[in-house]
Design a protein around this ligand. Sequence first.
Ligand code: FES
Length: 100
Amino acid sequence: MPRTCLVALQDVGDDKVTTLEGLGTVRNPHPLQKSFIEERAAQCGYCSNGMIMAAKALLDRNPNPGDEEIKNALEDQLCRCGVHNRVVRAVRRAASVLAK
Ligand code: FES
């Protein structure tokens, strides 16, 4: 998945673009958004958008990833607050919810 900061709008063409705001709502959050809240996987929140959207792309192609697959999928998402372990737990929790 290319980073949105590296993709020019004209290169998107007719492809569908989903943003974090498009995943869920405050009243009905996507399981990833809910899991990030429940696992307290955001401190300052700076990285959360990229983490959640990268996790969404991972779960779309692999609904039951292992910890190493989660870490590999998120390795380009830099978190200066050090919540990586919580993020991995949040992705696992979301995968579990989505599998039901
Ligand atoms: S939660 Fe602060 S950079 Fe990740």
